[in-house]
Design a protein around this ligand. Structure first.
Ligand code: BTN
Length: 264
């Protein structure tokens, strides 16, 4: 059985790639885990897994993702791109762009990307992406794009320890949003970005769009990457999708993965 908002989304996506098939659960451990199982069992590209709540929502770097029932979006998309595995991280970058654009369109709020792939509104995190890839040698079997979006979580329900750093669309706009509409916008933006990426690669225009939406460009930050700390001013993405950081000595560092904190 699915809720009304899922039926509405299903209706909106029935002729598209992303969301043409929707698997909905009231409660599941993690939609990414279900998506992996589905992909291993031969699910088609574009299938999305949705849940009202998750008991073991997974975040980046082994963290947990808070997944209360009935208010937010927990979505995992199955993709099967014919590209070399080393190019796959670009899909995560374009997903950040897709979510930021979709949230701005659905709410009118200024949604920005915090590298590598968090979406922020008014300086607080509103959405996160956990992408997982399965490859056999030089061939990608599938990519799972897991997206968590805080939609109608009210400020007082957000756990105390997150209130300084996390937010929701409702907390920032002061009103509720239709989850079908927000999810529909995200699927649409993602479908557009993904099709363009398969056709033309991660183009200069995509990199410029990412840079335009980057919350941390020109800011002074500390980045922790594999137990090393880098300090510098963010210059944006390079052609390979690495973050460029200009340190105090004028040397540019390329950072491929990590966690950013702002230096005030
Ligand atoms: C992050 O740490 O910012 C990434 C969070 C990703 C959470 C989403 S919710 C849907 C999907 N299923 C999961 O278990 N995680 C992702």
């Amino acid at each position: 059985m699915s809720s009304n908002w899922v039926e509405e989304l299903q209706q909106a996506r029935k002729d598209k790639l992303i969301g043409r098939e929707i698997l909905f659960f009231d409660r599941v451990d993690s939609t990414n885990r279900v998506a992996r199982d589905q992909a291993f069992q031969g699910a088609k590209e574009g299938m999305i897994i949705l849940a009202e709540s998750q008991s073991q929502g997974k975040g980046r770097l082994g963290r947990a993702w808070e997944s209360p029932a009935g208010v937010n979006l927990y979505i995992s998309v199955i993709l099967k791109p014919s590209i070399p595995p080393e190019i796959a991280p670009k899909i995560t970058l374009l997903t950040g762009v897709a979510i930021a654009n979709a949230l701005a369109r659905a709410t009118g709020l200024n949604a920005l990307i915090k590298w590598p792939n968090d979406v922020f509104i008014h300086g607080k995190k509103v959405a996160g992406i956990l992408s997982e890839m399965e490859a056999e040698g030089p061939k990608i079997s599938f990519v799972i794009l897991g997206m968590g979006i805080n939609v109608n979580w009210s400020l007082k329900e957000i756990p105390q320890n997150f209130r300084e750093t996390a937010t929701s669309l409702k907390a920032e706009a002061g009103r509720e949003f239709s989850r079908a509409e927000v999810a529909g916008e995200i699927c649409e933006e993602l479908e557009r970005g993904y099709a363009l990426f398969l056709k033309e690669g991660f183009t200069l225009r995509m990199r410029e769009e990412w840079n335009r939406l980057s919350w941390i460009n020109q800011k002074w930050v500390t980045i922790t990457s594999m137990d090393k700390k880098y300090e510098g001013q963010v210059q944006g993405l390079d052609t390979d999708g690495a973050l460029l950081l200009l340190d105090r000595e004028g040397k540019t560092q390329r950072i491929i993965a990590g966690d950013v904190s702002l230096r005030l």
